[in-house]
Design a binder for this molecule. Structure first.
Ligand code: FAD
Length: 454
């Protein structure tokens, strides 16, 4: 495991409790049984301490954005993990608890806790709290990116072009398979207080979550097996034209993997290693995919990690705030309420189609996400409102929402990681997009036909 040490951080200075019954991995961001550095580190620690390993998932309904759509997707994945862990001789426990109290309770009988890394404020605060309140070590292992973000850079990177060479220089070193080890002392028969339902709906029934946002399992059903199916289709049918067509919302050339990547059901490391079994690293489509799935994705993590205002209007660059504020009093032709936007009731058929794609399938096409977010700037009284609406709708309906990519993507529409363009009304020097662009570039009417009603 050549690149393991760079991924591990000890979050407190507590000593091992060698009389503990087990080593525990508190799984949160990387919800998978393979290609998971945190899991492999936990196995090696358990083997070294000659203890069993328990993997725990704390299922809570207290999370701000909890709703039926993404809990269904997440639990579909978790249920399948039971079997995957069993095959690896590891006990996987789903317990109804929040991350902090579940981890603290678990720590009293454990030698040490291991967890994975998350870049967002709430989840980082959970880890900090646990590290301070337990009496055993808490190890955080970074398995969500190819190159650990603090190794890439110790500061907020202003542009993709500044972070790209840093990541690409380290790519070969970190693009390494994960060694899947055997757990010496099986924990399969370990008795634990756990939720042990057979079906996804039984888990959902005990959760007090927003049931108004419907599941989208007919489009995207959760689980690593489905992630691997999408990956296979992508490699066999789409990747050879990814560079040419990935931006066209009327064509289906994106990988569709973002919901799976978001929940950690598949890692970008596995995806890229699999691609490289079939394609050369120098292939231009592979290079384009790496630019999205590694450079832009890891830039989004850099952005959230080093900028606590990542999900706020105030977190956009100074030049962008200044130019938007200079145009605060510009006349807006249309002003829409959140309700009108949410239910796709604007005058613009392209925007409505994008919102309908989101409501219906749980995943809007990348190009339309840019257009969608830019239009909010034009159709709200002030850019701060537009920013808040974008975060709200993105987090509520996108299966891959509540992710650094979402906050960085929205912030990009407000000037982050971008440069000033030509001055124009409302937007000032922020890059502008309009319907004429969609009509010029794509057969956009086809997209509207596909997503014309709910
Ligand atoms: C306003 C706005 C909001 C967005 N919200 C989200 C979000 O909530 N969650 C999310 O994962 N992505 C978000 N994106 C980025 C991008 O649109 C999605 O990652 C992409 O559409 C996911 O589909 P895919 O996996 O089929 O993409 P593919 O083209 O197959 O890309 C593969 C992977 O690369 C990464 N990727 C692709 N494009 C980007 C990008 N621009 N920035 C960072 N990573 C990228 C994703 O992990 C994606 O799964 C947003 C972009 C914008 C402009």
């Amino acid at each position: 495991m050549t690149t393991m040490t760079e991924r591990i951080k000890k979050l407190n200075d507590k000593p091992f409790n060698d009389s503990g019954k087990y080593v525990a991995y508190v799984m949160e961001a990387s919800q998978r049984a393979y290609f998971n550095h945190a899991l492999e580190f936990a196995i090696s620690l358990a083997n070294e301490k000659q203890k069993p390993l328990i993997v725990i998932f704390n299922l809570t309904d207290k999370f701000k954005h909890s709703n039926l759509r993404y809990y269904t997707f997440m639990i579909e994945g978790l249920v399948k993990l039971k079997k995957a862990f069993e095959e690896r001789r590891i006990k996987f426990v789903i317990q109804k608890s929040d991350y902090v109290s579940g981890s603290i309770k678990l720590s009293s009988n454990s030698v040490a806790l291991v967890t994975d890394k998350n870049y967002l404020k709430t989840q980082r605060a959970w880890r900090k709290k646990v590290s301070e309140q337990i009496d055993v070590p808490l190890f955080e292992v970074e398995s969500d990116v190819i190159v650990p973000i603090e190794i890439v850079s110790n500061k907020k990177e202003p542009y993709a072009m500044t972070i790209r060479p840093k990541i690409l220089n380290l790519l070969n070193q970190f693009l390494q398979p994960v060694e899947h080890q055997e757990l010496k002392i099986s924990s399969n028969d370990f008795e634990f207080d756990e939720l042990n339902f057979k079906s996804v709906s039984e888990y959902l029934q005990i959760l007090n979550i927003d049931k108004s946002v419907k599941p989208v399992s007919e489009y995207y059903a959760g689980g690593f097996d489905n992630a691997e199916k999408f990956l296979k289709i992508f490699i066999e049918k789409k990747l050879s034209s990814y560079k040419e067509f990935r931006s066209d919302p009327t064509k289906d050339f994106q990988s569709e993997l973002s919901p799976y990547i978001h929940f950690g059901q598949i890692s970008t490391l596995q995806i890229i290693l699999e691609i490289l079994k079939h394609y050369d690293l120098k292939d231009q489509n592979v290079q384009t995919f790496i630019n999205e799935a590694v450079v832009w994705r890891e830039l989004a993590r850099n952005f959230c990690y080093y900028n606590p205002l990542y999900n706020e209007y105030e977190g956009i660059p100074d030049w962008a705030k200044q130019t938007l504020e200079e145009h605060l009093n510009d006349k807006r032709e249309y002003i829409y309420s959140l309700d009108e936007l949410e239910f796709a009731k604007t005058h613009d058929p392209y925007w409505n189609a994008a919102q309908i794609q989101l409501l219906k399938t749980g995943k809007m096409h990348n190009y339309m996400r840019m257009y969608w977010s830019k239009k909010l700037i034009e159709w709200t009284k002030e850019p701060k409102t537009a920013f808040d609406y974008a975060c709200y709708l993105n987090d509520k309906y996108e299966l891959d929402g509540r992710d650094p990519n979402g906050y960085a993507g929205i912030s990009w529409c407000f000037g982050t990681h971008d440069r000033p363009w030509f001055e124009r009304p409302i937007f000032g020097k922020i890059r502008y997009m309009n319907d004429k662009g969609l009509e010029r570039k794509f057969d956009i009417k086809k997209y509207v036909e596909k997503y014309s009603s709910l």
